[in-house]
Structure formats: structure tokens, C-alpha cells
Design a binder for this molecule. Structure first.
Ligand code: ADP
Length: 490
């Protein structure tokens, strides 16, 4: 809106008419004082100001307006009938006007100027708005940066308080913070602590994790500065988001040496104990067999039953000790395969026969492909896996002894599934059942076992380059499966 200020009503009237004829919105004031009030209360894009007015002349009005933030940028065109003198015109400009016209006003010129000034005013306003937006943006950024700095400082304090070696790195893996503990293991805050030459290279593994954008978990042996011994540490490096985008990594080395030593002692004990137990057990087994043979024709049924029971228990003990021996073989990398071309059909049938002998009530169906299939495997070990799956299926299905073995011959492998209708496994526990010594707590008292069978199976299948797993639903049943690739199929 344009404000026309003149003490003469006729002047105001004619200017208003002229401007309104060109669709400008026009307001008016008949004195300097009235003009000031209006300007403070309304928004005007241009003021056309008469110089000659009683009480407060146009210059005073302009000077006052220049003093207020709200009004200082409104363009002013002075109109004067008398002060055509250069000196008055100069005063007009000095008091804040941006143009000076003398009466009688050429209406075309006035309209052209009004148009130009309005355009300039609008552009100016727009620029101011942009400036304000930019300023607000800069303020926000400054605040965010400050908050971020505080958060980083907090993180560093936390890492400093940890009893672990801790560090952070940027998106390229360049270390940008290390805590005090780090300096006990490395001479530089830029170089990872020295790890054992036989362990994986920390830098290489970290770069791989960055490329894949995945967290890294690694067991490494570290050497403390000034020490000759290496201690087991668990290195964990995880990506974290700063400013909403993932661009940092945080890592810790946790000392797990004591735990590792205990585990090593336990493995050593298992290995020694099972070796030592195996020898007398083999003798006991042989003597019971001799006894059974020499009492073959004995009339006492009771004695025969006792011998059969003793044989059964010795068999169980033998299986247990064999499993424990397998564990120590796996730990020391000595579980080796003896692969030959075997017909899988016969292997499966032989397992079914064995199960029928030990579990006379079991109903085992082989479904899917039942044709002969030659595959290069360690027959004894694959039988061990299948028997383990089958005995588990029967053990954990006390109310339904019907088991299905499904064989699927796929393009590159054969898939074997053992399905039961037993107690099933809760989803969150399924990932653990192949772990060493893992047993599901809720059912561990009801069913006997050590929790090592599936661990051995997993190792055997891994050594055959196959896959294994479980699908299960509590109270409905489980499906344990393994695959054997045909890579050496003849
Ligand atoms: P064990 O049977 O001697 O405890 P395993 O290693 O064979 O040891 O099995 C580990 C655990 O997995 C078992 O303790 C049991 O909780 C669970 N499990 C294995 N097979 C089944 C199955 N068919 N149904 C339900 N749970 C099973």
C-alpha cells in the first residue's frame, strides 16, 4: 500500500485518484503526525510525502521514520511546490527520501517512479526475507554443531572412563580419538595395538567392515607395550550415526584372556578325560562281550537280561565318550574326513535300520527322492549326523514317534530334512542349538543330554561345505536339515 501525506485535501484527493486509477492501494494522512502514527501501525511499500506542512514538515517526518527499524527502509518520494532549490532537494535526500519531485507533478513521471520504487521495495523485501531465512539456517547449524561437539565430548569422557581400550574413527577408518588405556598398547594414537602375527590383521578387517558397512567382531591377541606376552582381546567396532548419517566408527578391545585360559583348560581336561576313559571302557566292552558269549547258553534269563542291560549302558557311555573325543578333535583341528563315493540311499537306509534296533517303536518314513545317488562324503560322519538328528527327533517327541526323512536332490546339492512332531523350539533359541554345550534350559531337566551332538554335526557339515539349520514351532515339531554339495559327484 502507498501512503500519500499532504496537508491539502485536494492534493491528497487528486494523487489518490491518479494512483487508484492504476490499481494501486492508497492510504492518506493530512499531517506529519498522522502519517507517523499510520506508518507505525500499518505496512506501506512507498510514501509520497509533501514537504510543506504545518507543525511537522516532510523532512522531519522522513528523519523520524529513518530512526525506526520498521520504517527505515520504506522509500519516500518528496513532493514540493516551493523548494526547488538544489539545497532543499539535497536536504530531502539527506533526510531519507529516495526521490524528489516538484509540483506540478507530471503524472506519467510520478506513476513510472511509483512503479519502479514499488518494484525495488518488493525486491528489497524479498532479499531481506532470504537473508533472514539464511541467518536462521546459520543459527540452527551453529547450534547443532555446538550440540554435536558436546555429544562428542560426552562420548570421549565415557570412553575414557571405561576399563577397556576404546577409540573412534571417521568414515574412512582414520582414528580420531583414543582413550588412555590405548596408549598402554600402542605408541601412537594413529596405529592399532600390535596383534599376534598368526591372528587376523586388524586394519585389513576394519577396512573390509567399512566397505561392507558392517560391524566387526574379532578375537585378537594383543601385546602390551614392554611385554613379551600376548593376551586375548575381543575387538568390536560398530558404525554409528552422527548428524543422522552414518559416518563414524566406535571400537573397544575387551580383555578376554582369563576367560580364554579357563576355556582352554576345560578343553584340555575334556580331551585328557575322554582319552583316559576310552581305554578302560573299550576293555569293559570287550569283557562284557566275552561274558555274553560264554553265557550264551546259560539257562538263567535274568543273567542274560543283566548282560544285555550292561551292554546297552556301556554303549551309551561309549557314544558319550566318542562325542567328547570329537569335541577335542574339533578344537584341535584334528577332526578329519575320509571321503569316498557313497550311495546316499544306502547311507539313509542304514541309519533307519540302526534307529529301528535302538527304538523299536519308532515309525520312520523316507520321502522325496529314494533313488540311488552317488556322492563323495565321509559316510561314517554323515551317518553320525543323520543318526544324531534322528535320535534327537525321537528324544524330543515323547508323544509322537513318527519321523519323516525328506531327501531333495537339488541342482548343486542334496538336501536332507528330518521332521518330527515333538516339543519344538522357541524361535529366539533356534539360532543357538548348534552351539557347543547349548541346551534349552526349560526342557534340559526332562531330557538327558550334554548339548554337544548338534555342535559336532555342524562341524561335520561345515567340513563337507554344506549348510545346516532348523525350522521349528513350539508344540508342533521341528525340521532339522543339512545339505551336501555335489562338487565331487562322480
Ligand atoms: P542334547 O540333545 O544332548 O542336549 P544336542 O546338541 O543334540 O544336545 O541338541 C542341543 C539342544 O537342542 C537340545 O538340548 C534341545 O534343547 C534342542 N533340540 C535338538 N533337537 C531337537 C528337536 N528335534 N526338538 C526339540 N529340541 C531339540
Amino acid at each position: 500500500m502507498i501512503l500519500v501525506v499532504d496537508d491539502k485535501k485536494e492534493n491528497v484527493y487528486s494523487l489518490k485518484k491518479l494512483l487508484e486509477s492504476k490499481d494501486f492501494a492508497v492510504d492518506s494522512a493530512l499531517s506529519g503526525e498522522e502519517a507517523l502514527k499510520k506508518v507505525l501501525n500499518n505496512d506501506y511499500a512507498l510514501i509520497i510525502l509533501d514537504v510543506q506542512m504545518p507543525f511537522m514538515d516532510g523532512y522531519e517526518v522522513a528523519e523520524t521514520l529513518a530512526g525506526f527499524n520498521k520504517t527505515k527502509d520504506i522509500p519516500i518520494i518528496f513532493l514540493s511546490a516551493v523548494n526547488t532549490d538544489k539545497q532543499f532537494i539535497a536536504k530531502g535526500y539527506a533526510s531519507g527520501g529516495i526521490d524528489y519531485l516538484t509540483k506540478p507533478v507530471d503524472s506519467d513521471i510520478l506513476l513510472l517512479k511509483v512503479n519502479t520504487f514499488l518494484k525495488l521495495y518488493k525486491q528489497n523485501k524479498k532479499l531481506k526475507e532470504i537473508q533472514n531465512v539464511l541467518k536462521a539456517e546459520i543459527d540452527i547449524r551453529k547450534r547443532v554443531q555446538l550440540e554435536l561437539k558436546e555429544k562428542v565430548e560426552q562420548l570421549h569422557y565415557t570412553l575414557e572412563a571405561l576399563p577397556l581400550i576404546a577409540f573412534t574413527a571417521d568414515e574412512n577408518g582414520k582414528i580420531d580419538f583414543v582413550n588412555q588405556k590405548w596408549m598402554q598398547f600402542s605408541e601412537s594414537d594413529q596405529v592399532f595395538p600390535k596383534s599376534h602375527p598368526d591372528d587376523k590383521n586388524i586394519e585389513v578387517e576394519f577396512i573390509n567392515a567399512i566397505i561392507q558397512n558392517k560391524k566387526l567382531e574379532l578375537e585378537v591377541r594383543l601385546q602390551k607395550l614392554g611385554s613379551i606376552e600376548y593376551c586375548y582381546n575381543l575387538l568390536k567396532i560398530i558404525p554409528f550415526k552422527e548428524n543422522g548419517t552414518q559416518n563414524k566408527w566406535i571400537g573397544t578391545f575387551t580383555d578376554i584372556d582369563a576367560h580364554k585360559q579357563i576355556e582352554k583348560k576345560k578343553d584340555e581336561f575334556l580331551s585328557i578325560a575322554s582319552h583316559e576313559l576310552k581305554t578302560p571302557l573299550t576293555s569293559i566292552k570287550a569283557y562284557i562281550q566275552l561274558l555274553a558269549r560264554s553265557l550264551k547258553n546259560h539257562e538263567s534269563v535274568q543273567i542274560k537280561t543283566y548282560i544285555e542291560k550292561a551292554q546297552l549302558q556301556v554303549g551309551k557311555l561309549n557314544d558319550l565318550i566318542s562325542d567328547l573325543l570329537d569335541i577335542s578333535k574339533i578344537e584341535s583341528g584334528e577332526l578329519k574326513l575320509n571321503k569316498k563315493n557313497i550311495d546316499l540311499k544306502i547311507t539313509i537306509e542304514s541309519c533307519v535300520d540302526t534307529i529301528h534296533q535302538t527304538h523299536p517303536n519308532a515309525v520312520i518314513k523316507v520321502i522325496g527322492n529314494t533313488l540311488p545317488k552317488l556322492i563323495e562324503i565321509d559316510e561314517v560322519r554323515i551317518e553320525q549326523v543323520l543318526l544324531n538328528y534322528l535320535t534327537n527327533a525321537l528324544k524330543y517327541s515323547p508323544d509322537n514317534q513318527t519321523i519323516n526323512i525328506v531327501r531333495e536332490d537339488l541342482d548343486d546339492c542334496v538336501l536332507i530334512k528330518v521332521r518330527d512332531k515333538g516339543i519344538g523350539i522357541p524361535e529366539e533359541k533356534q539360532k543357538n542349538v548348534f552351539d557347543k554345550f547349548y541346551r534349552i534350559e526349560e526342557t534340559s531337566l526332562k531330557f538327558q543330554g550334554l548339548g554337544i551332538g548338534l555342535y559336532i554335526c555342524a562341524d561335520i557339515i561345515k567340513k563337507h561345505h554344506g549348510k545346516y539349520g532348523v525350522k521349528s514351532e513350539p508344540n508342533k515339531g521341528s525340521e532339522f536339515y543339512f545339505s551336501l554339495p555335489f562338487q565331487s559327484l562322480k
